[in-house]
Design a binder for this molecule. Structure first.
Ligand code: HSE
Length: 394
């Protein structure tokens, strides 16, 4: 465990985030943290810092007793799990930004961290610069938290902004999101909604004590949004955004999903553009509170890692209060929502999908229907994720 005097860091990864972490640590002497080694995969790549920092041998970090903090900033979730779990097992504190790995392995990692007493911190895994995990963990009581609604993937928000506000094509907008370092190295994780649902699983643990696997939540991304969907949104003065939403139901269960949604002008999330993220926390006593900030990119992500590093000075650990000390909530799919579904062929819509239809339109090669759906139907069959179909919540 890191002691109060020395933070001797082993860094895994020197990509967009890893390099930003390195620079920020070097430029923050007050942290009194020192990078001992940086483990990289590709030694042939030109690097901008002294070669003596680098190794390709992970044992130079994992087997190095001097290293008491491991910062993991790679994108391979399997390798990340191995490094994170081995580090925790040895009592090294770990800071990771790997949301995919965390969403899969959180229960095992929580158990391991409790067993060895080593801290596992991951503020950077969700919403980059926004300190949402620590706020959910420390500030909001499960009983009082009635909703959590957010834009939690920067790349898709950036892409939607470029398409809908600047008139760019999808491919060009995605290319820019990659070039600016917002997208995952496999950008299909962003545009399919997988990255957002991974993050949402982590947030649900700290908000409600729910330990869910991503596939337990209905989710999709932005790939199938049709230009005419945008016209429909504009007619209602709404924007289309990829929104993660959790609603606490009167019986204490939580309905949670990540789906494109029409966002009305009076909603706080309508102010979130470009690569920014925003999270609206609704609590019984305070009504809405809004967290807003850069949700992707090297330095915004590094800022959260830096804050975790600084928290290790006072041996900060998540206590998983909602999981360990309160009654955790369960996920529930038995909830009705208003939805819009557009289709290139009307027969793609299964009979009985809508509980009630409010409005429909049929044209040549474009049809839509608005009405009331049951959330559970989205889990029975994934027909609504196929090409030519776009489901947007209203
Ligand atoms: N690809 C992620 C995003 C990076 O766009 O939000 C930050 O987690």
């Amino acid at each position: 465990m890191a002691n109060a005097d020395t933070l001797s860091v082993g860094l895994f990864g020197f990509g967009v985030v890893g390099e930003a972490v390195f620079r920020v640590i070097q430029q923050t002497p007050s942290l009194a943290a020192r990078i001992v080694k940086i483990c990289i995969k590709n030694p042939g790549k030109p690097r901008s810092i002294d070669a003596s920092f680098f190794t390709t041998n992970r044992e130079e970090i994992l087997g190095n007793e001097e290293v008491n903090v491991v910062i993991e900033a790679i994108d391979d979730a399997d390798a990340s799990f191995e490094m994170v779990s081995r580090s925790l097992a040895q009592g090294k504190s770990v800071i990771t930004a790997n949301k995919k790995m965390l969403a899969r392995h959180l229960p095992e990692l929580i158990a391991l961290s409790r067993k060895t007493g080593a801290s596992l911190l991951y503020e950077a895994s969700c919403c980059a610069s926004i300190p949402v995990i620590r706020n959910l963990e420390e500030y909001y009581d499960n009983d009082l938290l009635v909703g959590l609604r957010g834009i939690i993937n920067g790349s898709t928000n950036y892409i939607l902004t470029q398409i809908f506000e600047r008139g760019l094509g999808y491919a060009e907008a995605l290319r820019q999101a990659q070039e600016k370092g917002f997208a995952e190295s496999n950008p299909s994780l962003d545009v399919s909604g997988q990255d957002a649902v991974n993050k949402f699983c982590i947030l649900l643990t700290h908000a409600y004590g729910i330990l869910a696997q991503p596939e337990e939540l209905p989710f999709t991304g932005i790939e199938n949004i049709h230009p005419i969907d945008r016209e429909v949104a504009l007619a209602e003065r709404s924007q289309i955004k990829l929104v993660a939403n959790a609603i606490k139901l009167p019986d204490g269960q939580v309905a949670a999903y990540v789906l494109p949604s029409f966002v009305k002008p009076m909603e706080l999330l309508s102010r979130v553009h470009e690569e920014y993220n925003g999270v609206v926390i609704t609590s019984a006593l305070t009504d809405e509170q809004f967290f807003y900030g850069k949700g992707a990119g090297g330095f915004p992500t590094a800022s959260a890692i830096l804050s975790d590093l600084s928290a290790l000075r006072y041996r900060y650990k998540y206590e998983y209060k909602k999981l360990m000390m309160q009654k955790p909530s369960n996920l529930c799919l038995d909830v009705e929502l208003d939805a819009y579904v557009s289709l290139n062929r009307e027969e793609k819509l299964p009979a009985g999908f809508f509980e009630e239809t409010y409005e429909y339109f049929t044209g040549r090669g474009f049809h839509y229907r608005k009405g009331r759906i049951l959330l559970s139907k989205l889990m029975e069959d994934h027909w609504w994720k196929q090409d030519g179909v776009s489901l947007i919540l209203m």
